[in-house]
Design a protein around this ligand. Structure first.
Ligand SMILES: Cc1cc2nc3c(=O)[nH]c(=O)nc-3n(C[C@H](O)[C@H](O)[C@H](O)COP(=O)(O)O)c2cc1C
Length: 447
């Protein structure tokens, strides 16, 4: 069946992932903008649109990470609510998709589906939902009951959540009805409602998914339009595509049903040497002395501010059993002493100071493309040729001007190679991504 054979489109698209809080974005350079000022968001969204980017993404962090009772030095305080920000951006952009990362664990489907429909309607069919399950008890302590769902249950819950949302969006046949009433009785929520909003210009919000476990991948293969993946490097991307194609076919959706856009970072210059020099500058600002110490403190569970960031890793042992002191870091559960021993040995072996070691551990090395505009364009054209990905979701290292290099130099190189759009295909995100419009299901009113 041709539906089960993957055909590369020969094209790539770009999205921008505005992370907001993390040490990958440089906030201390004089030209850095602000993570809460609308101007920064407007500037970068309009720059992305000038570069024909398909989508503008906002991540979600529901709770600021803390360390020893203080906001974590790796984070920047404050991240405005994604849907509020995207609604404001809808008014100052025309074509770019607006993607809100929202979790299924601490929301309710009728409410979230309504808010996403609202964004979809006011943006003329440009809204998308990046579905995450959010993985830590630290976040949960500010909502329901801490880590109230384990990993497998989070995905079961997510699936029921997304299916219910789809039924809500599927509810109105025509603007005058009749609408289907949606009823669902789940373990964690109940829905009994006639949705209040009509379909948007793109039928319903586009569904992205970010989560990399086997459960997460199967969930995406069944439910998502696009995966925001963590596999940008060529061989890894090809392998990830193979895996997702197999899962999509097994889910009965065909080989090309799910698009893939990995997280990435681009450090570019007119020459390879210029790009390498810029990379050294970017890295030096991403991990300063304070961030380097704060990073280690997460694993040691104690103050390390008396250690020299340019000296060796601390000889003192961690005070925690497991590396869970800073929740939300994604490193829970490693045995702290074992990890400290291993890292000390590795740093000694490679002759690295604390700062150099932390830079090597935290830099988005696996997702960074460094080189001249032409060399990187040639490399990306190869991804398009074999269909390794459908695009890249780019985290700029500097806000709001970090996309300028890409839009001014890389995009034209890609357009010249015929692998990147020269115009938006349509007015909705679904059209611009080349996704099919969903068919209204024939399900009865009460399921
Ligand atoms: C590329 C990528 C980006 C993500 N962005 C977010 C985010 O902004 N907010 C969030 O709560 N979780 C985010 N997640 C994590 C998801 O919440 C997911 O629940 C987590 O990875 C656990 O699922 P898994 O075990 O399937 O990977 C992201 C995951 C990936 C792979």
């Amino acid at each position: 069946m041709t539906r089960d054979i993957f055909q590369p489109s020969g094209q790539i698209q770009f999205g921008i992932f505005f992370q907001g809080v993390n040490s990958g974005t440089i906030w201390k350079a004089p030209q850095a903008g602000s993570q809460t000022d609308f101007e920064s968001f407007r500037h970068i969204a309009q720059t992305a649109e000038r570069g024909k980017f398909a989508a503008f993404f906002l991540g979600e962090g529901l709770r600021l990470r803390e360390h020893l009772g203080r906001p974590h030095a790796l984070d920047v305080v404050g991240r405005p609510d994604a849907q509020t920000m995207l609604a404001a951006l809808a008014a100052v952009t025309k074509n770019i998709g607006l993607v809100a990362t929202q979790n299924t664990t601490y929301n309710d489907p009728a409410d979230l589906a309504h808010r996403l429909s609202s964004l979809d309607l006011i943006s003329g069919g440009r809204a998308a939902w990046n579905i995450v399950t959010t993985d830590n008890a630290w976040t949960g302590a500010n909502f329901r009951r801490g880590g109230y769902l384990d990993h497998a249950d989070r995905y079961k819950h997510a699936e029921a959540f997304v299916e219910t949302s789809k039924r809500l969006w599927d509810s109105w046949e025509t603007p005058t009805g009749p609408a289907r009433r949606v009823h669902h009785e789940g373990q964690h929520y109940t829905v009994d409602v006639t949705p209040r909003l009509l379909r948007s210009a793109q039928y319903r919000p586009v569904l992205f998914q970010a989560g990399d476990s086997p459960d997460g991948r199967d969930f995406a293969a069944r439910q998502a339009d696009v995966i925001f993946s963590a596999h940008p490097k060529f061989d890894d991307a090809v392998e990830f595509r193979r895996d997702i194609v197999a899962r999509s076919i097994a889910a009965g959706r065909g080989a090309s049903a799910v698009q893939i856009m990995p997280a990435s970072e681009f450090i570019l210059g007119a020459t390879d040497q210029e790009a390498q020099e810029k990379k050294a500058w970017v890295r030096s600002l991403q991990i300063g002395p304070q961030q380097a110490i704060a990073y280690l403190e997460q694993f040691w569970g104690r103050e390390l501010s008396s250690y020299d960031p340019d000296g060796p890793l601390p000889e003192i042992d961690p005070v925690v059993e497991e590396t869970s002191e800073t929740r939300g870091s994604g490193f829970h559960g490693a045995k702290a002493r074992q990890l400290a021993d291993q890292w000390r040995a590795e740093a000694k072996d490679k002759g690295l100071s604390i700062r150099q070691f932390v830079t090597s551990k935290t830099a988005r090395i696996d997702s960074t493309f460094t080189g001249s505009y032409t060399a990187v364009a040639d490399h990306l054209a190869e991804y398009a040729r074999v269909g390794a990905v459908d695009g890249f979701n780019i985290s700029p290292w500097l806000i709001p001007t970090g996309l300028d290099d890409i839009v001014n130099h890389l995009v034209p190189e890609l357009q010249e190679r015929g692998v990147y759009p020269t115009e938006y295909r349509g007015t909705t995100l679904r059209e611009n991504l080349g996704l099919e419009t969903p068919v209204r299901s024939g399900e009865p009113a009460h399921v």
